[in-house]
Design a protein around this ligand. Structure first.
Ligand code: ATP
Length: 215
């Protein structure tokens, strides 16, 4: 069974940095699919600017009918903080024998030891770190030790076990962030060519980044 990829994020809004990463990993790792999982209430950061339903709608619009991309709305439907470990437990229960690759950017990987039940994450899934070519990979501390013990360069290892390996994978880095996009939109500029046109259309139609009047 080919692994599924699980790519979580706040996606406030989703942009081409996310989509290109998911697309390259879908093919490079021979994944059955990549599930994009918008967080309902991201636990480690401020409340998103745009509400969960709008962020979910933007992810749906972004992937449209791209084969191999699937939107998974379980974290938006679930009450309380959106812990990745809960999502992985549900997916593991649905498919006990299927490898799961949790996709994270290097910035997210560096914060892994602060995640809720982070060690359980590696019992449930492999972690694939989408990495800027040429930039530093941790070689000391908790993450350095973890990479020494569990790191693999072999894609086949991600197919042969259901969980527990860490694979650092260079991907084309597009210097786009949701933070910069929100700032740009609030400043009245056009986000065109940084995110898919249907997402831009939704942002315009819903005005979901328009500053709310303060009382
Ligand atoms: P923000 O600026 O609001 O923090 P973001 O652009 O980093 O948002 P998130 O939704 O927080 O987007 O990120 C979801 C995942 O996508 C994380 O694992 C993050 O590391 C990764 N990611 C974010 N931006 C990029 C990018 N330009 N290229 C590759 N991966 C990215």
């Amino acid at each position: 069974m080919s692994p599924i990829g699980v790519f979580g994020g706040t996606f406030d809004p989703i942009h081409f940095g996310h989509l290109r990463t998911a697309f390259e990993l879908l093919h490079a790792l021979r994944l059955a699919e990549v599930r994009l999982v918008p967080a309902g209430q991201p636990p480690h950061r401020d409340t998103p600017t745009c509400d969960a339903q709008h962020r979910l709608a933007m992810v749906r619009a972004a992937i449209a009918d791209q084969p191999g991309f699937v939107v998974d709305d379980r974290e938006v439907r679930r009450d309380g903080p959106s812990y990745t470990v809960d999502t992985l437990r549900e997916l593991r229960a649905e498919a006990p024998m299927r490898p799961i690759c949790l996709i994270v950017g290097m910035d997210a990987f560096l914060g892994l030891p602060q995640w809720h039940e982070w060690r359980a994450v590696l019992d449930l899934a492999h972690v694939v770190v989408a990495h800027r070519p040429g930039s530093a990979v941790p070689d000391s501390g908790v993450l350095g030790d973890l990479l020494a013990a569990r790191g693999t360069h072999r894609v086949d290892d991600l197919h042969e076990a259901v969980a527990g390996r860490i694979h650092v994978r260079p991907v084309t880095q597009l210097e786009i962030s949701s933070t910069d996009l929100r700032d740009l939109i609030v400043a009245g500029q056009d986000p065109r060519y940084l995110l898919p046109d249907p997402v831009r259309t939704l942002i315009r139609a819903t005005a979901c980044y328009r500053p709310r009047p303060t009382r």
